[in-house]
Design a protein around this ligand. Sequence first.
Ligand code: PLP
Length: 428
Amino acid sequence: MKFEKSQKLYEKGLVHLVGAVNSPVRAFTSVGGNPLFIKKAKGSKIIDADDNEYIDLVLSYGPMILGHRHRKVQKAIKKALKNGYSYGASTESEIDLAEIVCSAFPGMDKVRFVSSGTEAVLSGIRLARAFTGKDKIIKFAGCYHGHQDALLVAAGSGLATLSLPGSKGVPEGAVKNTLISEFNDLESVKKHFKRHDDIAAVIIEPITGNMGVVLPEDDFLKELKKYLESKGALLIVDEVMTGFRSKFGGAQELLGVEADITCLGKVIGGGFPVGAYGARNEIMEQVAPLGEMYQAGTLSGNPIAMAAGIATLTELKKQNPYEQFEEHAGIIEIFLIETARKYKVNLVVNRFGSMLNPFFRKGEVTNFEEAKASDSKKFAVFFWEMIKNGVFLPPSQFESWFLSSALTDKDIKKIAEAVDKAMLAVSK
Ligand code: PLP
């Protein structure tokens, strides 16, 4: 397999782009080598600049749940393009997408569209503070909620990959109201409430994808919600990754918990820049123009992005691929575990629905500390062998793999063959 054109583009990209990437998760820092440049994609496949074809388990870090360039999504985008791209005024498509989104989340009477998951979360936090009149926020170690200052502490995703505790350039003042708890540990939340009486909200990735996949134990979220209610604090569920992916109604539907504020992104834009935050009426009425919490955006509710979102969610509802996801992810999990056993590699696999990933370590992974104790060198060997055998994975042990409904049985077979070769390479 040749990577000559990618290599040339990488060198060219270095001149005017930082590290030749526009998001550090796309750099290959933790797996070695240089990032691949992508030319095009269709269905379950992605093709790089050298015409190497891969089964795509990155899927733009989640959004492409129907696979790439789904016929109906493409048709909707083309149709919307004919009318214009952006008006700075309301369109019917925003109402249509709002209806679909609100109907999927029972705790959401109203929604506000923004242009990224980061914006959705930073607005959701501002809203929690506006509604409660309190300042402090609790987040869980290893959860990633976008790159806003206040939440770039003990964060997963690229920070975990690069082993960064936080980000340079974030002033102390920006994080002084951020408290950290341990995922799956309610006591570590209660500890903060014993010390502080100005906690507005707890924010959580309900099923994490940004320290790799970590599942909430038993009734962790339900217990958390009950506890927060008793303290007059809000539960912000960051479903940027899990929304419409774990289930149509997100992790909340799956886990039987209702957020006070829900943040969304990724899937709802069908590959275009869309985020959203929503809540029941009494909370959303804080937001301008109804209330005094200000939040705005030139391209918010962009008509092309709305069209892609509507088409994606409509098709997703029709396909209802959640059982298929469970089945496919289950098969991949079994291959991973069986080959690891065959080649005597220490491995644990966490998965839920269409999100899964292996951790190269012995013992379970239930929080950030355990995730971080995984062997990244082994993952790097595994990663490159998967690439060479035609499977595109996130270049980090701390990112979930994603499945799309375009994945075929033939693709699964190819993934299984690649896993066998990659695991053998790890064992050497
Ligand atoms: N929240 C979660 C759970 C995420 O996974 C991400 C991105 O991966 C974000 C927020 C930030 O979203 P965006 O990258 O669209 O700003």
